[in-house]
Design a protein around this ligand. Structure first.
Ligand code: NAD
Length: 319
């Protein structure tokens, strides 16, 4: 029995994930779905945003569908998302940006870099350690090389090696691996790359980069497809996989039934692909396209459909 953990999280996670879940339940009523409640809301209720038993429960799932979690700017609050990514060693964050004439896969290292959690705050100085390890770099660039091959594409290595020593290290390992694998590649400084992706998206196929650069680049590149409400992602490790929209909990629009559920629905499509149902994944993508083409869309895409109503339209297209 395939078991799917559902984590709505906080904010619009409570609105977009139920829509994605309906889509999954329609295509796969035989799966077992179970909720795991973690996040800021849990912290407010119980004083703990994510317990060890929560992590253990997540590990029992074949795949996790995840909404978004609020991380309040409090000194001692540990990010739940980072904790889950580390606990499940979800080292590859895949963020597809697909549009008219371009199909980019951003491959972001997901467990180290500036998000290693090695930080120190003192009265007159704060430090965050940026860790780039050989093991972490090799496994992420090998993932990117495999995807480049599968897509018959081209690999771009994004870095800031002109300034940051840990990026010289990252770039050199990536180049050595790409040469050894004989995949076509180039490398670019991340700042110039961010603008060039917007100006010439057709020149890119697979982009591999470090944790924070990948996080920022994918939000920037979301501009190409209509915003954060549309971009899904997969967090993949050797043993576990978690699928989530790229966006956060969006407190500014939460509870209003106006969030775009496309990113969450597409994350469910990525999940089906991972679970071996490529046709189900394709059907979801087509149903989303059909709903949007029929003129039904949420406010961020200049429509007037609510989150639930857009979900109804996708379900109708699937049926
Ligand atoms: P955000 O992605 O939540 O929102 C940024 C902007 O995009 C907002 O104006 C929001 O209204 C809009 N937006 C986001 N998703 C949308 C959707 N589906 N439909 C329509 N508009 C949408 O980023 P933020 O405001 O920087 O962060 C809010 C909270 O989310 C913070 O606590 C942050 O830490 C958290 N966050 C969590 C994750 C995660 O759980 N993986 C990722 C990013 C941010």
């Amino acid at each position: 029995m395939t078991r799917i953990a559902i984590v709505e999280g906080d904010g619009i996670g409570h609105e977009v994930i139920p829509v994605a879940r309906r889509v999954l339940e329609l295509l796969h009523p035989e799966y077992e779905y179970f909720n795991v409640d973690v996040g800021y809301g849990e912290w407010e209720r119980t004083g703990c945003p994510c317990t060890d038993p929560d992590i253990a429960e997540l590990k029992t799932a074949d795949a996790i569908l995840f909404g978004a979690i609020t991380t309040p700017p409090m000194k001692d609050y540990q990010s739940v998302v980072l904790r889950i990514r580390k606990a499940l060693d979800l080292y590859a964050n895949l963020r597809p940006i697909r549009g008219d004439g371009f199909d980019i896969m951003i491959v972001r290292e997901n467990t180290e870099g500036l998000y290693s959690g090695l930080e120190e705050v003192m009265p007159d100085r704060a430090t965050t350690l940026r860790v780039v390890s050989r093991k972490g770099t090799e496994r992420i660039v090998r993932t990117a090389i495999r995807l480049s091959r599968e897509r018959g594409g081209f690999l771009t290595i994004g870095h800031k090696a002109n300034v940051i020593k840990s990026d010289v290290f990252f770039r050199d390992i990536c180049i050595a691996e790409a040469r050894a694998a004989a995949v076509p590649f180039n490398d670019k400084f991340i700042d110039a790359l961010s603008l060039d992706v917007l100006q010439h998206p057709k020149n890119y196929n697979v982009i591999v980069t470090t944790n924070m650069f990948g996080d920022i680049l994918s939000d920037v590149a979301a501009y190409l497809v209509g915003g954060l409400g549309l971009v899904p992602s997969a967090n993949i490790g050797d043993h576990y996989a978690l699928f989530e929209p790229v966006h956060g909990s969006a407190p500014d629009i939460a509870g209003k039934n106006i969030a775009n559920p496309i990113a969450a629905i597409r994350s469910a499509a990525m999940m089906l692909n991972y679970l071996g149902d490529a046709r189900g994944s394709w059907r979801i993508e087509k149903a989303v396209d059909a709903a949007v083409s029929s003129g039904i869309c949420t406010r961020d895409l200049c429509g007037d459909a609510g989150t639930r109503e857009f979900g109804d339209a996708v379900i109708a297209c699937l049926r």
